[in-house]
Design a protein around this ligand. Structure first.
Ligand code: ACO
Length: 449
């Protein structure tokens, strides 16, 4: 098969969100702490009427319906999530209802888990399957998403919720290119050791330097493989840099982190080619080149220098991929693909054709990859069917107290059996799945509105 990649996309987000400006006031923190400091605008929320399986069922069912996909035409489903409600039973198995009811149980794939990275592991698995000798000629699905919630404190404004489903197969308009630069090491930056709670344990400062060092290492691994490939093919092209990318998309824990990450890529390009005229405005080149690596991760002046240098490119190109994260906040595994959906929704298909997108996936703990996608076909159908701008605008901005109440309901229902959710079904979109009940053996019953 040729040109394996993304044939179709669908996004899911809850009906409700809260304003970060209002949350600053509600939490009694300094004005600007969430909106300027973290670069946050809104954050999606849901109560005990929803869980990760309702998110994934909704986004998958809607994808199948919108694109008229025959459930029998799917041969593999890879799920990425860190919000699973069962330590053994994969969320993928809940999706099987949509396929088994059409007589299709021959569907490979289960869940991939590592914080926000599971979706990228799922995507690589699905693409590799289509490109492999065990491919049976059918398409694959990648389904990912999370409910990102934090205990009261500095992590809370970096929450969010949402999910994404993608159809994977040959001759795609969005083709995954073969080089991946990956960086994976053991770190305790963000993890979920408390099985009786949905809230993570977070080392905030470590999570930021871990993300930053991961982008350095994954980008460097990518560039090294790119150079090796170029050398093998006898290419005289200059080393890979952001000049080879039209639209960079990043995993977005919060807006400011994406700005830091984008600036960091520009810094990496600067280190590789410091005399290029585009860095003429940089005053302290010699000091920057001599700087110790660990110091560079914490150097605020360095960070500001490259964020400023990258600002106009950020505003004109990176921001296009942030529509979902600006409205919904962090969707963990869904974040990077919500970024891709935002970009597809923002660029005219005729202008998009032939362009290259870079993707940076980061999951705490930690796993990260830098890879690229080439736009090789017409993205009009995906753009139209996503209808993203209108759908994001249709979300209801609710008072912050409603957010806190929703979290309280989630806390009470977590691990409960014989549970009837308290949250109103009015807060579910038409066509959305919701939790009807949890029985005495913890079995969840789902219904579609
Ligand atoms: N006005 C403007 N800016 C402000 C204000 C204010 N009133 N108050 C603080 N700031 C700025 C700070 O100067 C800082 O800016 P900088 O990033 O340029 O240094 C920024 O806001 C953050 O403030 P801090 O006090 O440094 O950090 P905070 O205690 O708010 O915590 C953190 C931020 C660590 C991101 C927290 O929200 C968190 O733990 N989130 C969850 C983990 C996370 O998302 N990590 C990222 C990668 S891992 C993942 O994807 C889950």
């Amino acid at each position: 098969p040729k040109d394996v990649g993304i044939l179709a996309m669908e996004m899911y987000f809850p009906t409700r969100c809260i304003s970060q400006e209002e949350l600053e006031e509600f939490d009694g923190v300094a004005k600007g702490k969430y909106t300027i400091g973290l670069g946050q605008k809104f954050m999606a929320t849901c109560d005990d009427r929803e869980d990760i399986n309702t998110f994934l069922l909704t986004v998958t069912h809607n994808l199948l319906e919108k694109y008229n996909i025959d459930p029998k035409s799917i041969g593999r489903i890879d799920v990425g999530t860190e919000t699973a409600v069962d330590l053994s039973k994969a969320s993928k198995t809940f999706l099987m209802d949509l396929f088994a009811s059409h007589g299709n149980t021959d569907v490979e794939g289960v869940d991939s888990k590592n914080a926000c990275y599971g979706s990228t592991a799922a995507l690589f698995n699905a693409v590799n399957w289509v490109e492999s000798s065990s491919w049976d000629g059918r398409n694959a699905l990648v389904v990912c998403g999370d409910i990102a919630i934090y205990a009261e404190g500095s992590g809370r404004p970096s929450g969010g919720a949402g999910a994404c489903a993608m159809l994977i197969g040959p001759n795609a308009p969005l083709v995954l290119e073969p080089i991946h630069g990956t960086h994976m090491v053991h770190a305790y930056d963000f993890y979920k050791p408390k099985l009786d709670s949905e809230y993570p344990e977070v080392d905030g400062p470590l999570s930021i330097t871990s993300y930053t060092s991961a982008i350095d290492a994954a980008y460097s691994a990518f560039k090294k493989k790119h150079a090796l490939k170029a050398k093998k093919s006898g290419s005289e092209a200059p080393p890979f840099s952001l000049d080879d990318v039209d639209y960079p998309v990043f995993h977005s824990p919060y807006g400011k982190m994406v700005q830091k990450a984008h600036g960091r890529l520009v810094y990496n390009d600067f280190l590789a080619n410091p005399t290029h005229p585009k860095y003429a405005s940089i005053q302290n080149t010699a000091a920057l080149l001599a700087q110790d690596y660990k110091e560079s991760l914490l150097d605020k002046t360095l960070e500001k220098t490259f964020i400023n240098l990258a600002k106009s490119h950020f505003d004109s190109h990176v921001e296009l991929g942030m529509k979902c994260s600006r409205r919904c906040g962090n969707m963990y595994t869904g974040s990077l693909y919500g970024g891709l959906a935002s970009l597809v929704s923002s660029v005219e298909p005729s202008e998009f054709l032939g362009k290259r997108i870079s993707m940076f996936a980061y999951g705490s703990g930690l796993a990260s990859s830098f890879f690229t996608i080439k736009v090789k076909g017409d993205t009009s159908e995906i753009k139209n069917k996503l209808d993203l701008v209108k759908r994001l605008a249709a979300m209801k901005v609710v008072p912050c107290q409603e957010y806190v109440d929703a979290l309280k309901l989630r806390e009470e229902s977590h691990l409960s059996k014989t549970w009837k959710p308290q949250g109103s079904v009015d807060n579910i979109w038409p066509g959305g799945y919701y939790v009807e009940s949890v029985d005495g053996k913890y079995r969840r019953q789902y219904l579609r509105k």
